[in-house]
Design a protein around this ligand. Structure first.
Ligand SMILES: [Mn+2]
Length: 398
């Protein structure tokens, strides 16, 4: 059934409002705990990552920013900022969220802000402050904070002391934010620590963000939950507390699998977007949410996987925009359970792809971004340019 004018309009307005940030690390070779499978076209430098992101933005039109990892993309700190900013501009994108790295250096073996050694906590703090300076230099608004801190065995860490150190560190970082900068506190229940993590869930992230200051928010990585957790309820709660800062989108079947967004459970993503549109409809305010991708395409072609992800996000966002809010509110009020649920299912089952193609056409974008990419010759060019370097890089941890 073709969409009516109201539906087509709702979809166009929704799509106009959607931007998705790509992760620079999503274009590089990645692997599992057991090894890396190298791809000949994988990006090996920051410039190549920005170039690949620029390609995704060219064919989708909604990915103008790239999240950067400080250690991997700006190894010399703020000194690298002008070079990276110029490179990004040349390649058609801008720097997005800045991701500090307090997990790779050997000193962080037992934690960063939660480390019992005050010298290590100070080093982590310095890196976070440097990251804030990088964000300022690049004109990036958000600092995305994920900490690998935790412990592997009962009794080995003082959980309350570590909580206190985190609280102090995050407040200190907040004090150094400038202009409209925000800090987004990400949580994760396990991995790499397997007994406790210092910011294990949204409640802990919320308390830390509240304690840090008014420009701290919670970052929801969809893969960072226990199986079967109701993520849309967490989203609804964070919205009602005005504490939802952004998402790291990916999908999972078992743990933090970093699979392509909506590849396993598209209805989950729809339900998350539904809560956001519901909030907007009820309050008349659009929540300020950074939509970011955090995925690891170990086997799929990286640029194709990213384009596929953007298409999935647009589809589910458009479907969620179609939910008949008046009708849903009426059914909820009268406890018409089947009818209320069907409001969601009707929208979810609607084929919005023709409307998305129409929207793309109207904005001078390719109707089929994946095909446009495949026809561009870009993949052939970068494969030829990068194959040798990729073949020479290490794929074994032994
Ligand atoms: Mn993440």
């Amino acid at each position: 059934m073709p969409l009516n004018a109201r539906q087509a309009d709702a979809i166009a307005r929704a799509l106009d409002s959607l931007s998705i940030e790509l992760p620079s690390w999503g274009f590089a070779n990645t692997g599992t705990r057991f090894g890396k499978f190298l791809q000949p076209a994988a990006a090996t430098t920051t410039e190549e990552k920005l170039s690949d992101a620029g390609m995704v933005h060219r064919v989708t039109g909604i990915c103008p920013t790239v999240a950067l990892h400080v250690l991997w993309d700006l190894p010399n700190g703020a000194a690298d900022a002008p070079r990276v900013a110029a490179m990004a501009a040349r390649l058609g994108v801008r720097a997005g969220a800045i991701n500090p790295n307090t997990f790779q250096d050997q000193i962080y073996k037992h934690g960063s802000l939660g480390n019992p050694d005050s010298a290590v906590r100070a080093a982590a703090m310095q890196h976070l402050l440097d990251s804030a300076a990088i964000a300022t230099a690049l004109g990036s608004r958000d600092l995305s904070l994920w900490f690998a801190d935790g412990s592997n065995y009962p009794g080995t860490a003082n959980i309350r002391h570590r909580k206190q150190w985190f609280s102090e560190g995050l407040a200190q970082l907040h004090a150094r934010l400038s202009g409209n900068q925000r800090m987004l506190v990400e949580y994760k229940p396990f991995e790499p620590a397997f007994y406790h993590t210092d910011i294990a869930d949204w409640g802990m992230a919320l308390l830390f963000a509240r304690a840090a200051g008014p420009r701290a928010r919670v970052l929801v990585d969809t893969g960072h939950h226990y199986a079967a957790q109701n993520i849309e309820q967490i989203v609804a709660w964070l919205l009602s507390e005005n504490m939802l800062g952004g998402f790291h989108f990916n999908d999972r079947r078992y743990a933090d699998d970093d699979l392509t967004m909506a590849s396993i459970d598209p209805y989950q993503v729809f339900r998350i977007f539904n809560e956001i549109f519901q909030f907007e409809w009820e309050t008349g305010t659009r929540p300020d949410i950074a939509y970011m991708i955090d995925q690891s395409h170990n086997l799929k072609g990286k640029i194709e996987a990213m384009i596929q992800t953007v298409a999935a996000a647009q589809e589910l966002f458009a479907k969620a925009a179609l939910v008949d809010r008046e009708r849903l509110a009426g059914h909820q009020q009268r406890c018409n359970l089947v009818d209320a649920e069907n409001c969601l299912k009707d929208a979810f089952s609607t084929d919005v792809r023709p409307a998305i193609r129409e929207w793309s056409r109207g904005r001078g974008l390719p109707e089929d971004p994946l095909q446009a990419f495949r026809e561009s010759g870009y993949l052939e060019r970068i494969t030829a340019e990068r194959a040798e370097k990729n073949a020479a890089s290490a794929s074994s941890y032994a």
